[in-house]
Design a protein around this ligand. Structure first.
Ligand SMILES: C[S@@+](CC[C@H](N)C(=O)[O-])C[C@H]1O[C@@H](n2cnc3c(N)ncnc32)[C@H](O)[C@@H]1O
Length: 342
């Protein structure tokens, strides 16, 4: 399939909002420090100012009610509805930290489902200030949902392979679905955020106990793309590395490319799902090509996802912004042939 072009819109990152969960973006990260409440972004665009308004409001425990917030929120469109979500009983209801479990069932492949905790409650001020990125603790982003659906559809191609998900957030839904459906040799679910991985650990345990994994070797760990020790510990270990919606962080894009390259075996393939988000996907692609990857970009890779996309374009103009919400698929290979046949 040939790469296809779509419109670009300049939006540098994400600022999810929810009434109870409020999150801070890469803008926070770039300027994070103990006096974060007082700082303003170096380049004072309206969007960046609005993000800082959100951060100030979080820190002051206020409702996010500024008129500017909806302009920068990307949660207006939250799902391609590829999975149904139903509440299930909590294994230890007396333990409040256990949280609410849900059963995620694929709409297209209903034989596959997994137990998740996808609501970690409000993000606390200390977390905003002390952890480097919380975007993966807010929700399952549409790109992750789409990647999970795509992996279910293409499950046969992961058979016997070693797979690592990077930046999978609090559920690592796509990697989890591979663990459930694909007879993979090994699946490692990772993120750079400790709280996200704590949740993933519990998710793995619950699904293992429920006997839902077809893969015998499923684990999770904190992997920061910019950490030499995290990356070198997994060097050349994987046939497949994948990530969803991880390209918008300006300061980590190059280290993400580097991590993908080092984690992959020479004939490995990276699957990257992400919306354009301004120039951010194009910038990632450029860095990947400079690093020696052969990159293919796919716009229409799944009929169901495409149908929702085209319907939203005509009927959901108020909430759906292609640049923010429609994930493109990039495949990265290194010219040594690929273990993965798409
Ligand atoms: C927008 S979230 C996407 C989460 C998940 N893939 C999804 O789509 O629901 C971006 C994720 O990248 C992770 N991340 C950001 N910078 C990172 C870094 N330098 N190393 C590892 N993970 C990082 C964050 O912790 C977060 O979970």
């Amino acid at each position: 399939m040939e790469p296809q072009q779509t419109d670009n819109q300049v939006v540098n990152g994400v600022t999810p909002d929810k009434s109870t969960n409020v999150n801070v973006t890469a803008t926070n990260e770039r300027h994070s420090s103990n006096d974060a409440t007082e700082q303003q972004p170096a380049r004072g665009t309206d969007v960046a100012r609005a993000r800082w308004t959100i951060l100030r409001q979080v820190l002051k425990q206020k409702q996010v009610d500024s008129e500017k917030v909806p302009q920068v929120s990307v949660r207006r469109f939250s799902s391609f509805n590829l999975f149904s979500r139903s509440r299930v009983t909590t294994p230890d209801p007396d333990n409040p930290s256990e949280g609410q479990w849900v059963d995620y069932q694929s709409a297209s492949f209903p034989q596959y489902s997994a137990f998740l905790r996808d609501n970690l409650g409000p993000i606390r001020v200390t977390e905003v200030l002390n952890s480097f990125d919380n975007t993966g603790n807010v929700c399952v982003w549409p790109s992750e949902e789409v990647m999970a659906h795509y992996c279910l559809k293409k499950r046969h191609m992961f058979r016997g392979l070693s797979v690592c998900e990077l930046g999978g957030g609090m559920t690592c839904l796509a990697g989890l679905m591979i663990a459930v459906c694909a007879d993979a040799r090994e699946v490692i679910l990772s993120d750079g955020n400790e709280k996200a991985i704590q949740n993933v650990r519990g998710v793995i345990e619950r699904n293992r106990q429920a006997g839902l994994f077809t893969c015998a070797d499923v684990s999770s760990r904190v992997v920061r793309w910019d950490s030499e020790s995290d990356v070198s510990a997994l060097e050349s270990c994987f046939d497949v590395v994948m990530c969803a919606d991880c390209l918008f962080l300006d300061q980590y894009r190059a280290s993400l490319v580097d991590a993908v390259k080092r984690l992959l075996r020479p004939n490995g393939t990276a699957l990257v799902f992400a919306p354009l988000r301004g120039e951010t996907l194009a910038q990632f692609r450029l860095l990947a090509e400079r690093a020696g990857f052969h990159v293919c970009q796919y716009l229409n890779y799944d009929q169901e996802v495409w149908d929702v996309h085209t319907r939203m374009q005509s009927e959901g103009k108020d909430s759906y912004d292609e640049s923010l919400h429609y994930p493109h698929l990039l495949t990265l290979t290194q010219g040594c042939g690929s273990t993965l046949s798409l």
